[in-house]
Design a protein around this ligand. Structure first.
Ligand SMILES: Cc1cc2nc3c(=O)[nH]c(=O)nc-3n(C[C@H](O)[C@H](O)[C@H](O)COP(=O)(O)OP(=O)(O)OC[C@H]3O[C@@H](n4cnc5c(N)ncnc54)[C@H](O)[C@@H]3O)c2cc1C
Length: 256
């Protein structure tokens, strides 16, 4: 592994390099891995607004849908994280309409924040998330393992990207700890990490794909009245997505 730091280039010789360098992984690119991509129909504009002492507490995560628009509110306890979901490809249109237009649209969707939308002064306060979803067919090569977003970029549906990245790291620690101590990491050890984590990733990505196509794409269509799928009205069925998001399919526990 060659890296730059401390005033120059250095080389580290190791049996294994773990690429946990995120959605734009340089190591994935250098190793020549091609992700299988799906293109969700949306992008998200993320921004923060301040809390006031009068704001409700314990709100958690809420989304609001209406008139071809979707807005997500996340209670971060000392501030609000807000996500304005837009149709993929419409960001430039939003930007050229000006920040005032964005403030107006948000005020209509979420009037409770109208009093503090003046905090949004320019586009540098707004993080544009180009929503992607992808996964690698193979997460490893001799001497290299990719985990987290480097191996599978997660759609923001359900906010599970961090859970999955940490679970990959926990599974890798459980599986590779002993081989690393012995000083011999084989290719099948790396394959075992992928085997342990690939099913949960595939299941959640399939679920996210369903939500994107069947719920979000409909919600963002201004020409169609939005309705939640009927199954979400049944209490038992309604709980399935929450369990899937909160607990995942095959949770990992770090072994002592
Ligand atoms: C705007 C936005 C909002 C999100 N909100 C949520 C949310 O609410 N909940 C959720 O669960 N997920 C969320 N996600 C997804 C989540 O951030 C990722 O799924 C998760 O962070 C992936 O973890 P990771 O460790 O694989 O990669 P990252 O957290 O991206 O970490 C990669 C690290 O590698 C470093 N790095 C990259 N390249 C190099 C290099 N060449 N040399 C050295 N270091 C390098 C980076 O600086 C970074 O520290 C969001 C993502 C975005 C973009």
């Amino acid at each position: 592994m060659r890296y730059r730091g401390g005033g120059g280039w250095h080389e580290v010789r190791a049996q294994l390099t773990v690429a946990a360098d995120g959605r734009f992984s340089k190591l994935r690119q250098l190793a020549g891995f091609e992700p299988v991509k799906t293109s969700p129909p949306m992008d998200v504009l993320w921004f923060r607004l301040s809390r006031t002492p009068e704001d409700p507490k314990g709100v958690g995560l809420r989304s609001r849908i209406g008139r071809g628009q979707m807005f997500v509110t996340i209670d971060r306890l000392d501030y609000w994280q807000l996500g304005y979901v837009i149709l993929k490809g419409s960001y430039q249109e939003f930007r050229s309409a000006g920040i005032e237009k964005l403030r107006e649209s948000v005020a209509k969707l979420a009037p409770e924040f109208a009093d503090r939308l003046g905090e949004l002064e320019d586009w540098s306060q707004i993080a544009f998330l180009s929503v992607e979803s992808s996964r690698l067919e193979r997460w490893y090569k001799p001497g290299l393992l990719l985990i987290g977003d480097a191996a599978h970029v997660m759609s923001p549906v359900g906010g599970v990207g961090i859970n999955y990245a940490i679970a990959d790291a926990a599974a890798a620690a459980n599986i590779l700890g002993e081989p690393l101590k012995r000083g011999h990491v084989h290719l099948w050890d790396l394959a075992e990490v992928q085997r342990r984590r690939e099913l949960p990733v595939r299941v959640i990505q399939a679920f996210q794909g369903f939500v994107q196509k069947r719920i979000i794409a409909n919600a963002l269509n201004p020409n169609r009245a939005f309705q939640l799928p009927a199954f979400l009205k049944w209490p038992v069925l309604r709980d399935i997505p929450a369990r899937l998001i909160g607990l995942g399919v095959w949770p990992v526990h770090v072994r002592d």
